[in-house]
Design a protein around this ligand. Structure first.
Ligand code: URA
Ligand code: CA
Length: 437
């Protein structure tokens, strides 16, 4: 078999066989297929697409390109949750403890933030002492004992994706539905859970700018999961404004704690998405038969404090200090807190989450490159959402910074990110566009 023939075949729009796809993935990891051929094939895939069968084969070959995690020592149905990347999206830190408190084991492999989106590991590490580099045995033992643990993605998980993703990043080939689906799902499958709930974002800060594309991606990922024998459900949710109020690591951990303490209204966007995803996790995990039953369990876990207690246990299991669960304001440690005010009165008409994520990155909350370090304390807390009335000079957000110049630069970006109109917006985007299962 020759890589050139496979590239030509895809270039002419033909379907690749499972053997050809495996040849490429193995060749990618072994180095036998050089980067320039991989890059050419990726571009051909961008133009010609892939069939469902090809995408499933690609995902499975990628999954098995490195280590796969065996969670079978943990009793029960392990349910994973994945978001395709949001801004101000701290659902995992609310959801994982609530679901664990309802008796469904959460053995979660999480990522770090990159670019304008945040990552669960960074948010957890903003609690004093937390380390996310557990070895796999300790990780499994922790889930068995407490029902919950979070671990960083191991170095050898889906090495093919590391190579392909870094090539996609520099060759303009990120935005292909089959390539995104196989990249995400190969990592989810290799992480070993029995069932998967996906939160596919759509809007300014998401990979999928429109709901139609997001639904296509969601359907494809659900099909891949099902073909691999893992029950998979997906929700398509809005990312045309930050999901919660907070953007930034310690700020988002604090928001999750407030949510678990019952201090965030149940009809907020953050809680609505959290509960909708949680319902599916409990149903897939076998803890509830209906969405209604699942919701009751989740509400009980929140109201009784059992969810908060699980988060505390998680932080302690990660060598961290669980006291922030009782004093969340201790997480507010930035030196400067500056109001970002409305330049005119009117209604919040748009919030560009990509720019908001970039403003937070500028403050030091995120990474431009994988090797950048982050400042856990900094970020932005919004006091408004789309459609809200604001008066001239009133605060729209608070900027938390450790550097005056960075704060000013971030405010400049916020100026462009948020538009205020004289009239209220005609319609607000739906929070949940649909689902795939
Ligand atoms: N996230 C991933 O892990 N891979 C993609 O291709 C896109 C988003
Ligand atoms: Ca299904």
């Amino acid at each position: 078999m020759r890589a050139t023939d496979i590239i030509l075949k895809k270039k002419y729009g033909e379907e690749l066989t499972a053997e050809e796809i495996r040849f490429i993935v193995w060749g990618c990891v072994s180095g036998e297929v050089p980067d320039y051929q991989l890059a050419a094939l990726l571009m051909a895939i961008c133009f010609q697409g892939m069939t469902r069968e090809e995408t499933v084969e690609l995902t499975l070959a990628m999954e098995h390109s490195g280590e796969v995690v065996d969670l079978s020592a943990i009793p029960g149905i392990k349910v994973d949750k994945h978001s395709t990347g949001g801004v101000g999206d701290t659902t995992t830190l609310i959801l994982a403890p609530l679901v664990a408190a309802c008796g469904v084991p959460v053995a979660k492999m999480s990522g770090r933030g990159l670019g304008h989106t945040g990552g669960t590991l960074d948010k957890l590490e903003s609690a004093k002492g937390v380390r996310v580099d557990l070895d796999i045995e300790t990780f499994i033992k922790t889930v068995k004992e407490t029902g919950i643990a979070v671990i960083g993605q191991s170095q050898n998980l889906v090495p093919a994706d590391k190579i392909l993703y870094s090539l996609r990043d520099v060759t303009g080939t990120v935005d292909s539905v089959p390539l995104i689906a196989s990249s995400i799902m190969s990592k989810k499958l290799a992480a070993g859970s029995d069932a998967i709930v996906l939160d596919v974002k759509t809007g300014s800060g998401a990979f999928m700018k429109n709901p139609k594309q997001a639904l296509e991606l969601a359907r494809l990922m659900v099909d891949i999961g099902d073909c691999a024998g893992r029950s998979t459900h997906a929700l398509i949710t809005d990312m045309s404004q930050p999901l919660g109020h907070a953007v930034g690591n310690a700020l988002e951990l604090r928001e999750a704690i407030l949510a678990l303490r019952g201090e965030i209204p149940e009809d907020s966007n953050l809680m609505k998405v959290t509960f909708a995803l949680g319902e599916r996790m409990l149903m897939l995990g076998g803890a509830a038969k209906t969405a209604q039953e699942a919701r009751t369990l989740l509400l009980n876990a929140k109201n009784s404090g059992a969810g908060l207690n699980k988060l505390r246990q998680l932080l302690i299991a990660l060598d961290g200090d669980g006291r922030c669960c009782d004093a969340p304001d201790e997480l507010l440690t930035a030196k400067l807190t500056l109001p970002f005010v409305a330049k005119q009165g009117g209604y919040i008409d748009s919030m560009d989450t990509l720019l908001i994520g970039e403003a937070s990155l500028l403050l030091g909350a995120g990474r431009s490159k994988k090797t950048d370090s982050i400042d856990p304390a900094v970020g932005i807390v919004f006091g408004v959402q789309l459609g809200d009335r604001v008066e001239e000079g009133s605060a729209i957000a608070t900027v938390y910074s450790n550097d005056e110049a960075k704060a000013q630069a971030a405010m400049q970006l916020l100026e462009n990110a948020i538009t205020i109109a004289k009239e209220p917006p005609k319609a607000l985007p739906p929070l949940i566009y649909g689902s795939a299962e």
